[in-house]
Design a protein around this ligand. Structure first.
Ligand SMILES: Cc1cc2nc3c(=O)[nH]c(=O)nc-3n(C[C@H](O)[C@H](O)[C@H](O)COP(=O)(O)OP(=O)(O)OC[C@H]3O[C@@H](n4cnc5c(N)ncnc54)[C@H](O)[C@@H]3O)c2cc1C
Length: 484
């Protein structure tokens, strides 16, 4: 519950409809897309302009009230999970596209704008916003910046951090700040990169300038079926090794393709052990040439069937199964837990075999969907939260997968962030000195630690509790040096 004096101060800033404290009004905010972890906040605040955000943060700072910023609540790492003693600051009403500039190919948008809405608004100018998380119909651009979100097209066009120019935000003490600028490069430290992926720990984002790209003239996707995951993995390596950077390079295993097919009827081959989707985009000549090379490499590496989309409708159909893979898996299991880790592509067969072994040992089915070109895995562990022990076994299974990602030279996140979920993984990935530096950066922005407390950067005490996970690998080339 909020202290009455804080409640009164917030009520003076916001209209009654924008200050929610009743349990039935605050309950919908108890978790994000990671439903394993829940907490009811003391209040939910729905400001509609920056002046209100400034006043709220000043007051919370003064009264030591924790603040968790929230976009659309689709995070899969518990980044937007509330603090029981604090407020959720929803940016849902910051939903306007302020301008689109054809000449500079940029748009200025508020943080609550949906990712896909930017591309829809830019379409009449022949432009689009490249990063396309599978959640793009729902997730907000503010959440994308805070998580440095990725997507199918990020292999060729970069992550969120490569597709934004300027971020405006408010610090916990109410100070308005800007990161980056209108120029292509800014002098000084790259604070734009620092705020990107900072998971609401450094500032509340109130405005973003995004880059827009010209829509490619032509795009085609090849759908290739394989009798084994190893062959599909080898084909991925061969395509990248040949110097081709496809516009998208995704893999789904049989569990995932079958679930997606039953849901959206994407015309996937159901007997294949793995399916690859490989997209080429550019001019008609470029696409024809690249697609020929891709088909040759797919066939050489054991594809048992290759189809190339004939038109936009078929391209959208082939992608529909991949884009709907998470909800499709949600249909066949009461609950699922999406893991997000990155591995070197060469380790793919070993890691997938190990996941299959653990899946049998834990008695928990696991479907695999991943951004294969980036080596970004998304094992989806199927469980039933109402079955005693299922939740604990699911978490243990997920921890083992992430520990394996580190062991083979990868990382504990590819795009979903750390949130509350992977604090143990952070202890495994980083040495205490590195975590101390992260904490020093946090303290420089938020000395009282009020913005999204307990997320993303674990305390050393927490790491001691997670001791069993500590397999720090340091700098891979120079193991005795920390990674900075
Ligand atoms: C079905 C499904 C598919 C997904 N596919 C992908 C994918 O392909 N790629 C990918 O990267 N992610 C994916 N995600 C995860 C998620 O959609 C992304 O992380 C997204 O960027 C979260 O945006 P959001 O608006 O929902 O943020 P939220 O969940 O509301 O918040 C996420 C984090 O950002 C912070 N935050 C939000 N807004 C602000 C702000 N204005 N200022 C400061 N901090 C803020 C929050 O505090 C929290 O830490 C998927 C999720 C689902 C459910």
């Amino acid at each position: 519950m909020l202290d009455p004096s804080v409640h009164a101060a917030l009520a003076a800033i916001l209209p009654p409809s924008a200050l929610l404290t009743e349990p039935e009004a605050t309950k919908p905010y108890e978790c994000d897309g990671l439903t394993l972890f829940r907490e009811i906040p003391a209040a939910v605040l729905l400001p509609e302009n920056e002046a209100q955000v400034v006043a709220i943060l000043r007051r919370c700072h003064e009264s030591n009230v924790p603040v968790v910023a929230r976009g659309a609540g689709t995070s899969l790492s518990g980044g937007a999970m509330p603090d029981a003693a604090g407020v959720v600051l929803s940016l849902a009403k910051f939903n306007r596209i302020l301008s689109i500039d054809r000449e500079t190919r940029t748009a200025i948008v508020q943080p609550g704008v949906r990712n896909l809405a930017i591309t829809e608004a830019a379409a009449p100018y022949g432009l689009y916003y490249a990063p396309d998380p599978s959640s793009q119909i729902a997730c907000s651009i503010g959440g994308n910046v805070a998580e440095n979100a990725g997507g199918v097209h990020c292999l060729k066009y970069g992550l969120t951090v490569h597709n934004i120019r300027r971020v405006r935000g408010v610090l916990i003490n109410g100070e308005v700040v800007e990161f980056g600028g209108d120029a292509v490069d800014s002098p000084g430290f790259d604070l734009l990169a620092l705020i990107t992926g900072s998971e609401g720990l450094l500032a509340v984002i109130t405005e973003i300038t995004v880059k827009l790209l010209p829509k490619p003239q032509v795009a085609k996707v090849a759908l290739a079926a394989f009798a084994s995951v190893e062959h599909a993995g080898a084909a991925v390596g061969a395509i990248i090794g040949a110097g081709i950077i496809p516009a998208g390079l995704e893999m789904m295993d049989q569990q995932a393709t079958r679930a997606a097919e039953a849901f959206v009827h994407a015309d996937y081959p159901l007997d294949a052990a793995a399916v690859l989707l490989v997209e080429a985009d550019g001019t008609a000549d470029e696409v024809a040439d690249e697609m020929e090379q891709i088909k040759r490499l797919l066939a050489k590496n054991g594809a048992i069937e290759i189809r190339v989309s004939n038109d936009e409708a078929q391209r959208a159909l082939y992608w529909s199964g991949r884009k709907a893979a998470f909800p499709a898996v949600g249909r066949i299991s009461p609950d699922y837990y999406c893991i997000d880790g990155t591995i070197p592509r060469a380790a793919l067969p070993h890691v997938l075999t190990q996941i299959a072994t653990w899946s049998t040992e834990y008695g928990l089915p696991c479907a695999n969907v991943f951004h294969a070109g980036d080596g970004n895995l998304h094992p989806l562990i199927l469980y039933d939260a109402n079955k005693p022990g299922d939740k604990e076994r699911t978490i243990a299974f997920g921890d083992q997968i992430l520990a394996l990602c580190i062991e083979v030279g990868g990382t504990i996140t590819g795009e979903h962030g750390v949130g509350i979920e992977k604090l143990g993984g952070m202890c495994a990935q980083f040495a205490p000195a590195e975590l101390e530096r992260f904490r020093a950066i946090k303290a420089a922005f938020d000395p009282k630690g009020l913005l999204n407390p307990g997320k993303a950067v674990p305390t050393l005490r927490r790491c001691a509790e997670f001791g069993r996970l500590h397999v720090h690998h340091g700098n891979l080339r120079h193991p005795d040096l920390p990674r900075f």
